[in-house]
Design a protein around this ligand. Structure first.
Ligand SMILES: [Zn+2]
Ligand SMILES: [Zn+2]
Length: 210
């Protein structure tokens, strides 16, 4: 079974997802927002081994927990990021812009690209490049389970902001049209902030898509 634990962490209430194949006990962390020790302890408590950290994008509120995970988990899990967000990662995810400092943790060693397939136990996730909120934003789509970890591309009744450095409203709308709204209506959307929704619900009700 694919089990998903959602943890709301950090100063802007970011959703971190601890995702595991409960047959193999392999787990990944998608967007370790903050408090890496808390995420690592959650995995340990369940007997899961964190084998990788997948980043939807490099904003500080999605990466600041990676350092804590790397301290707790041996061997330290590799970090996956699209190269388009590496400059943002190197700039502490923009934290200084908000008057903060963070330790971004281990340098990403898995370079994500569009259409790449990632494996978690028996489950396969497709990487879809969805720029606009940031240049190297990706979403992780599991067609077998009909779900997408969509980061800050789209939220329940909202879309990602595009006013930060590297943002593009035009690119974001194009990404939503081509990478999200092309999926079946019953596909679950697990966003970087706020509650879970579905492609069909946002297609009908999201006020930013008209
Ligand atoms: Zn963001
Ligand atoms: Zn965010």
């Amino acid at each position: 079974m694919l089990e998903i634990i959602s943890l709301i962490l950090g100063p802007v209430e970011t959703n971190s997802y601890l995702v595991a194949d409960t047959q193999t006990n392999d787990a990944v962390v998608i967007d370790p927002a903050w408090d890496g020790q808390v995420i690592a302890a959650e995995a340990q408590h369940r007997g899961w081994r964190i084998t990788a950290i997948w980043l939807t994008h490099a904003h500080f509120d999605h990466i600041a927990g990676a350092a804590g995970i790397a301290q707790q988990v041996r061997p330290a899990p590799p970090v996956a990021l699209h190269p388009g967000d590496l400059p943002l990662w190197e700039a502490q995810g923009g934290a200084p812009f908000f008057g903060m400092r963070i330790d971004p943790g281990p340098r990403p060693s898995i370079s994500l690209s569009h259409a790449q397939l990632l494996h978690l136990g028996a489950y396969t996730f497709e990487v879809r490049h969805a720029p606009g909120h940031t240049p190297g934003h990706v979403v992780f789509f599991c067609s077998g389970e009909k779900l997408v970890f969509c980061g800050d591309v789209i939220f329940m009744s909202g879309i990602g902001r595009t006013d930060l450095p590297g943002g593009s409203y035009k690119a974001l709308m194009n990404s939503i049209q081509t990478q999200i709204l092309t999926l079946p209506d019953d596909t679950r959307l697990l966003s970087g902030h706020g509650p879970e929704t579905t492609v069909g619900q946002e297609r009908l009700e999201n006020p930013f898509l008209y």
